[in-house]
Design a protein around this ligand. Structure first.
Ligand code: UD1
Ligand code: MG
Length: 476
């Protein structure tokens, strides 16, 4: 940070029709790496030191949807652009909202960071570079600039042929054939002197397409005295915009590789970056190996020395150290250390697997807490269940947790042995050390140490066997 953010506010323009996306979803909400693209921009703005209370989002097309999505992430300010009359007009709709800051304890914004809602590659480093340059030289506008081989579609930066000083930005549609050769383009990130900006916006003229271009403001600034326009070069990979779904894929790929690179440099092995999708919010510990075709979505936290994948999907998963998840799905759940899952199993939301839990193939748990050392090696289902430690869940065990109206709970004590094809009709409690015979249908609570068999399951007067050492690969 370093700069005095009290003197700054941000405006994100996200009111456009997004015509080129050909979509009913507003462009700002199209996902990049699993999150609406505008979320990435808002995160970068927040990390640059401008809090949501000082960040105004201009919404317009499908504005209510954008507003609702964004409001879940922070107390942002909004302005409504009822007619999509261009980026200059969009900024003008932000005026009263930004000026109102002066009447709050937050204080007036003497400077304004303006970015577009279709620029998810923007990083806080890039923003800080711009903000610092602006505070240092105090021009009317600080403008990011960049160069790419083919800047078709972007506004081009026109410089004075002799002095190299900034003159104007010309939009693609208005370029002369010579200007089309210019490779320097307008990334669309600016820091403005706020008071100058409100005045200059009133001088904008409609383009032949009937829009008020924010970019024309830069031309106005260039005609003022002193040092009106400060230019800050940025890497093209930090600012490529998204106007259609081809660019959506290109930008998503750059973004994805940026996240993977960061993780690899922190000591995570990514075996095949080309087939690995990891959200920007994921944290992974050292020496964990991410195998091919693995997707880590939402906010995942993975510990050290884990092996995730191949072919796994984890969403908002908390995973301890030394865990394995092979060809399986884990959603909104926690795995303590040394848990092993898969292949082909699913941990559904609200589950918690304690240390050393082993889930083999075709095992499913939902809203279930599994006690330490418990083994569920084969196809089976535990729902709304709590198990004690060292339970053996054999092939075919099912908790019948849903009676058609309510989800009912099953409680399984410590060291319980559930035989093959046991059905537990919830609500039901199985005491510590109890056993069920193969094919039992348990409809009543089972006392500790008791063995039940049959349909409905009844206690038998046989002394409970001492549980055999469970093996991992065979049906017990
Ligand atoms: C804009 C710039 C161009 C720059 C490029 C960088 C202008 C006139 N052109 O072009 O110089 O190279 O971005 O990516 O600014 N929006 C509104 N209301 C409107 C119109 C647009 O809020 O009436 C919003 C859009 O939702 C979008 C942003 O402004 O997030 C930019 O609009 P877009 O149509 O994508 O402009 P570009 O053609 O990309
Ligand atoms: Mg754009």
């Amino acid at each position: 940070m370093g700069h005095d953010t009290n003197r700054l506010a941000a405006v994100i323009l996200a009111g456009g029709n997004g015509t080129r996306m050909r979509s009913k979803l507003p462009k700002a909400l199209h996902p990049v790496l699993g999150e609406p693209m505008i979320f990435h921009i808002l995160r970068a703005v927040a990390r640059s030191g401008i809090p949501p209370e000082r960040t105004l989002i201009v919404v317009g097309y499908a504005g209510e949807k954008v507003r609702q999505a964004v409001a879940t992430t922070g107390p942002y300010l909004f302005a409504e652009q009822t007619e999509q009359l261009g980026t200059g007009h969009a900024l003008l709709t932000a005026q009263s909202g930004i000026q109102a800051l002066a009447q709050t304890p937050l204080g007036a914004a003497e400077n304004l960071l303006v970015a577009y809602g279709d620029n998810p590659l923007l990083s806080s480093q890039t923003l800080n570079k711009l903000i610092n340059a602006h505070f240092e030289t105090q021009p009317l506008v600080t403008l990011a600039t960049s160069e790419i081989e083919d800047p078709t579609g972007y506004g081009r930066i026109i410089r004075h042929p002799a002095t190299g000083r900034f003159q104007a930005i010309v939009e693609e549609a208005d370029l002369t054939p010579e200007q089309k050769q210019i490779k320097e383009f307008n990334p669309g990130v600016y820091v403005f002197n706020t008071n100058w900006t409100w005045d200059a916006l009133t001088r904008l003229k409609k383009s032949p397409k009937g829009e008020y271009y924010l970019t024309d403001l830069l031309g106005f600034a260039a005609q003022e005295n002193g040092n009106p326009v400060e230019m800050t070069p940025v890497e093209p990979e930090d600012i490529l915009g998204i106007n259609d779904r081809v660019q959506l894929a290109q930008v998503s790929d750059i973004f994805r590789n940026r996240v993977l690179r960061e993780l690899m440099l922190q000591g995570v092995t990514i075996v095949d970056p080309a087939s690995t999708y990891i959200s920007a919010e994921t944290e992974i510990g050292q020496d964990t190996v991410i195998e091919p075709n693995t997707h880590l979505r939402g906010q995942c936290r993975i510990g050290r020395d884990c092996q995730i994948g191949p072919n796994s999907i984890l969403e908002n998963a908390q995973v301890g150290d030394n865990c394995q998840v092979m060809a399986s799905v884990v959603q909104n759940s926690t795995l303590e250390d040394e848990v092993s899952i898969g292949p082909f199993s699913r941990v559904r939301p609200g589950s918690y697997l304690e240390t050393k839990v082993y889930m083999g193939n075709f095992a499913e748990v939902s809203r279930t807490r599994v006690g330490t050392g418990t083994k569920q090696s084969h196809f089976s289902f535990l729902g709304d269940t709590t198990t004690g430690p060292n339970v053996n869940v054999a092939a075919g065990v099912i908790t019948a947790n849903y009676d058609g109206v309510n989800k009912n709970k099953t409680v399984i004590g410590a060291n319980v042995f559930l035989g093959c094809d046991t059905i537990l009709r919830a609500p039901v409690t199985i005491g510590d050390e109890a056993r069920t015979g193969a094919g039992s249908v348990v409809t009543k609570n089972v006392e500790p140490g008791v063995t039940v068999v049959g349909l409905p399951a009844r206690p038998i007067k046989r002394k409970a066997l001492k549980p055999a050492e469970p093996t991992i690969n065979e049906a017990e």
